[in-house]
Design a protein around this ligand. Structure first.
Ligand SMILES: O=c1[nH]c(=O)c2[nH]c(=O)[nH]c2[nH]1
Length: 302
């Protein structure tokens, strides 16, 4: 007889929009999210014995997302994910872990005639703010916050040389190159003892997100990068310094290549090295560089 190694189930791609109206100021603020709920617990018999008595329907999970969004603030997303996860482990005795993912999409307020518009927004890029909360019954809440899809490019101020050269190497060393990447960055918070601990950290979540975002861009822009590896390590260090409540910081950075084009076949046109102006952006293959960095000493629960 086969036995279950692990199992979880839930609702993915629950799209939710919430508006907050400030009657006094006459302004509105909107939040659009995509939520995933995956539950774990004593649910094996639903797989092995067709026992649906242990199944909270995924449709009910979707309904719960809407109701909890109505009853609670949906920002910061770390709080909303924790509220939602805590609800599932506290409501159903046989559910032991709730994995909640909240992807928040950008709706940036329009500036019209130099003034912030009270109720109009635009999508300024595919970047999302992502939160994954793992709520374990009686064992606290683990939260990873992050930035996904922040596409950046610098046209100089990046080098790559001194790498292994052998019979497989064709890449020339360069002291000036284009660097472009699609930032996927995350920071793992020290375990929160429960929802109360998450609530008392509320201001820290936006601070950390703003900090990580500006550190990522400032380091990227200002450093004369010797490699993606070294630059991302510096970003991790700065975020660990800026946010003491964070235990690890991780990045996954694709190296999106821009190739020089030799145009000398056309009337001897110079377009390589210091004369390079027209490049061919590559859709693939791309480098992919990943790292996770922790402080040297581990620290305890919040
Ligand atoms: O920053 C880089 N790191 C690499 O490991 C690598 N490999 C490569 O071909 N180009 C680059 N660039």
């Amino acid at each position: 007889m086969a036995s279950i190694v692990s199992a979880r189930y839930g609702k993915d791609n629950v799209r939710v929009y919430k508006v907050e109206r400030d009657e006094k100021l006459g302004t509105q603020t909107v939040t659009e999210m995509t939520v995933c709920v995956l539950l774990e617990g004593a649910i094996q018999t639903s797989y092995t014995k067709a026992d649906n008595s242990v199944v909270v329907a995924t449709d009910s999970m979707k309904n719960t997302v809407y109701i909890k969004a109505k009853e609670n603030p949906v920002t910061p997303p770390e709080l909303f994910a924790s509220i939602l996860g805590t609800h599932f482990v506290e409501t159903y005795p046989h559910i032991t872990t709730a994995n909640i993912k909240v992807v928040t999409h950008r709706w940036t307020r329009m500036t019209i005639d130099g003034k912030p518009h009270p109720h109009s927004f635009y999508r300024d890029g595919n970047e999302t703010r992502n939160v994954e909360a793992v709520v374990r019954k009686g064992q606290g809440i683990d939260i990873r916050s992050g930035i996904v899809g922040l596409l950046v490019l610098k046209s100089t101020g990046s080098q790559f040389h001194g790498f292994v050269r052998d019979e497989y190497t064709t890449l020339p060393e360069v002291w000036d190159r284009i660097l472009s990447t699609d930032v996927d960055c995350g920071w793992q918070w020290k375990t929160f003892s429960g929802l109360t601990a998450v609530r008392s950290a509320i201001p820290k979540f936006d601070q950390a997100w703003n900090g990580a975002r500006s550190i990522t861009m400032k380091t990227f822009a200002e450093e004369n990068s010797p490699s993606v590896q070294n630059t991302m390590y510096k970003m991790c260090n700065s975020i660990l310094e800026a946010v003491p409540e964070v235990e690890t910081v991780d990045y996954a950075l694709p190296n999106k290549h821009y190739f020089e084009i030799d145009l000398s076949w056309h009337k001897g046109t110079k377009n390589t090295g210091k004369d390079a102006e027209v490049y061919a952006p590559q859709s693939g293959p791309n480098g992919l560089i990943e790292v996770k960095v922790a402080r040297s000493q581990k620290s305890s629960k919040l």
